[in-house]
Design a binder for this molecule. Structure first.
Ligand SMILES: [Zn+2]
Length: 236
């Protein structure tokens, strides 16, 4: 599992953009209407904490192919018109331990120092089983427990969730993104791996679905079975 500390805890499946729309409507009567306060990671964290209270959960997940036009309003992604989110985000606190859910080789570790929506510390794994897609885990702290080339066993801890000061300037969360092996190899060969983004333009969505498959289909965020009573708080 990817987030072993949250094993057994109820979670909500959220649409971050919809939650941001609600939040901005509630806060539209002052200066917040002109700027986008949710770009401030502390304010965004407070919003997520309230979302968790609303759904009576400790954590939440969601976001693959989600249009994030509202929450990213006035960010660097607005200028590039990249609103479509390519991975899944798990909203868990800073310091939460992150594991890899299967035997895998660490193929890359990098640190994106861009604090205006960067990756922070990013790990990329090549699974050794049947699955052909690479796994990207990002917005981690510098406290990494693996090395490039190392084979990691299933459910071994590889790092922890970073705080905004080191994770690219976001609220604390895990960004998990799949990338098909051929595309990853192309990016390495063409020295474009640092240009890989977690967002794409709306017109690129169909291609992106193929290059970056849905992590919820492949990754095991907890082993809790869907019929478990704790899942009554799941909102699809
Ligand atoms: Zn993300």
């Amino acid at each position: 599992m990817i987030l072993p500390e949250f094993e057994g805890y109820p979670r909500a499946h959220i649409n971050l953009n919809n939650e941001a729309s609600l939040w901005r409507k509630e806060h539209s009567n002052h200066a917040y209407a002109i700027i986008n306060p949710l770009l401030d990671p502390q304010i965004c964290q407070a919003m997520i904490d309230n979302v968790h209270k609303k759904y009576k959960v400790l954590w939440s997940i969601g976001g693959w192919m989600e249009d994030r036009e509202v929450i990213l309003d006035k960010s660097y992604l607005t200028q590039e018109e990249k609103f479509i989110h390519l991975g899944v985000d798990a909203f868990v606190p800073k310091g939460t331990k992150v594991a890899i859910d299967r035997k895998a080789r660490v193929v890359r570790i990098d640190h994106d120092l861009d604090q205006d929506g960067g990756w922070g510390t990013r790990l990329i794994f090549e699974p050794l089983g049947k699955m052909k897609h690479h796994i990207i885990l990002a917005h981690l702290s510098r406290n990494i427990r693996c090395k490039v080339g190392q084979i990691i066993g299933a459910n071994e801890i590889v790092g922890e969730i970073g705080e905004p000061e080191v994770n690219g300037g976001w609220l604390a969360h895990l960004h998990a993104q799949m990338i098909i092996r051929e595309h990853f190899n192309d990016l390495i060969r063409n020295k474009k791996i640092m240009q890989l983004d977690g967002y794409c333009k709306p017109e690129e969505k169909e291609l992106a679905k193929r290059l970056f498959p849905n992590p919820m289909k492949y990754l095991n965020f907890t082993t809790l079975a869907p019929e478990n009573k704790h899942w009554r708080h799941e909102y699809p």
